[in-house]
Design a protein around this ligand. Structure first.
Ligand code: ASP
Length: 437
């Protein structure tokens, strides 16, 4: 049994958390490969080390002196080492990095050092080997992640280490410079390591006990999700439920390795299991999660006899493509077609797009309406339970809310409704209450 464990920044923010992390790792000998983030916030207004490193980079760019500011970063690491009682000096590394920063070593290099240093300290503390991510995580010339090369090299490297720490968030470009994933990217590293290690489980330790059924800022005290499939999570994460970096799903999904979201501060909680497929669902609830987002617009195009005009849809979508806009949904009628896009993506291009559609497809009318919110109701149980859609629509209309758009994904595990933005919170509560009594 092999488990890959990733610990987020809040789980490694100070010495106390390092101790907790070590006791979690030591409690299960199968926790062999560890992926740490950089130290996160210790209290509400604290600053993450990654953000401090970005600040250093910007200061150097503006030709400011970083001596004083850099001391704060050094103190975070020295404090951890001292409090843990480690007999080990990191000042050489810290000096080297400061020097590199002063010589304009690149924004990603700067940011990556948070994980690098934390990885060295954690490896020492655990007595594990340290594998620098720059030797095992590769990007291509165009900046995209090189999945195959990484998997091959990482796989061979891991075989040489019974137990190791691999810092998250970064890898290397073909020319040798350091490159990071996008923010929160240590989740991706963990997933890549899990795949290369042929792990049985990828544990992602953070500061919440897994996913909630819906946004706790909008619905009071929502239930937590014990099991969710990758596909359900995609439908939800895409609407903005962000405990896990969305790109972290792909490497393990490909290899059929489940992810377990766990809470470092409440290690006894089972958290949420993310699995490839699951035939069981909660017959009481039917749905797994509800997520939504404001800020969408609908472009409605009308044209007589549209339905028999071959190539109409393609010509319309081509116009979006030319403007580099991706669409969210495409609900259509016989002689009309609506395209749901994020309002932000229309900025400065709205008129141009409307006029091009009018001209290129000779539409009778084209209208853009803003102020739409989308809510995705997701659940693998829907396929089996009859009447779920009716319950969703009833709950919304019983709350006195008008539904502007309906879309049932062809996978039958999600229903998406569009409503006015000002009805968003009310609708989310109404749907939640319908399914969770
Ligand atoms: N330290 C990086 C960040 O703050 C990556 C991570 O925490 O996953 O975004």
């Amino acid at each position: 049994m092999i488990k890959v464990v990733k610990f987020g920044g809040s789980s490694l923010a100070d010495a106390e958390h390092f101790r907790q992390v070590a006791s979690i790792i030591k409690a299960d000998p199968s926790r062999r490969y560890v992926v740490p983030s950089a130290p996160g916030k210790r209290f509400k207004d604290d600053i993450k080390v990654t953000d401090m490193l970005y600040t250093c980079y910007n200061m150097v760019k503006n030709q400011e002196n970083i001596d004083e500011y850099y001391k704060n970063i050094a103190e975070r690491y020295n404090g951890i080492i001292k409090e843990l009682g480690l007999n080990f000096d990191i000042s050489g590394e810290l000096e080297y990095i400061k020097n590199a920063l002063q010589h304009r070593s690149g924004r990603d290099f700067a940011a990556s050092r948070g994980e690098y240093l934390n990885g060295i300290i954690l490896a020492k503390y655990l007595g594990y080997d340290f594998i620098d991510a720059e030797n095992v995580i590769f990007f291509k010339d165009n900046g995209t992640f090189d999945e195959e090369l990484t998997n091959d090299v990482m796989r061979e490297e891991l075989k040489k280490h019974e137990r190791a720490v691999i810092p998250g968030f970064y890898g290397v470009m073909p020319n040798g410079t350091i490159k990071t994933f996008s923010r929160g990217g240590s989740d991706i590293t963990g997933s890549i390591v899990a795949r290369a290690a042929d792990a049985d489980l990828y544990e992602n330790w953070t500061d919440v006990s897994g996913f909630m059924m819906t946004d706790p800022r909008i619905v009071d005290n929502p239930c937590s999700i014990s099991t969710i499939t990758y596909r359900e999570l995609r439908e939800l994460s895409y609407m903005g439920a962000g405990v896990l970096h969305e790109d972290a799903i792909f490497p393990v999904r490909y290899a059929n390795i489940p992810i377990n979201i766990r809470n470092t501060n409440v290690p006894e909680a089972a958290g949420t299991m993310i699995v490839a497929s699951s035939s069981d669902y909660d017959a009481e609830k039917i749905i797994t999660g509800i997520a939504g987002k404001k800020g969408f617009s609908v472009i409605t195009i009308e044209k007589d006899m549209m339905n028999s005009e071959i190539g109409f849809g393609r010509r319309v979508l081509e116009i979006l493509e030319d403007n580099e806009i991706s669409f969210e949904h495409l609900p259509s009628g016989i002689d009309n077609m609506s395209i749901v896009v994020s309002t932000a993506s229309l900025e400065n291009r709205r008129e141009k797009i409307v006029n091009t559609i009018l001209r290129n497809v000779k539409a009778d009318s084209v209208a853009v309406e803003d102020g739409l919110a989308l809510i995705a109701i997701v659940g693998r149980g829907m396929v089996k339970a009859k009447g779920t859609a009716a319950r969703v629509f009833d709950s919304i209309s019983n709350a006195g809310i008008n539904i502007r758009m309906i879309d049932q994904g062809s996978s039958e595990i999600s229903i998406i409704v569009g409503i006015e933005e000002h009805d968003f919170e009310k609708a989310l509560n109404a749907i939640y209450r319908e399914f969770v009594k």
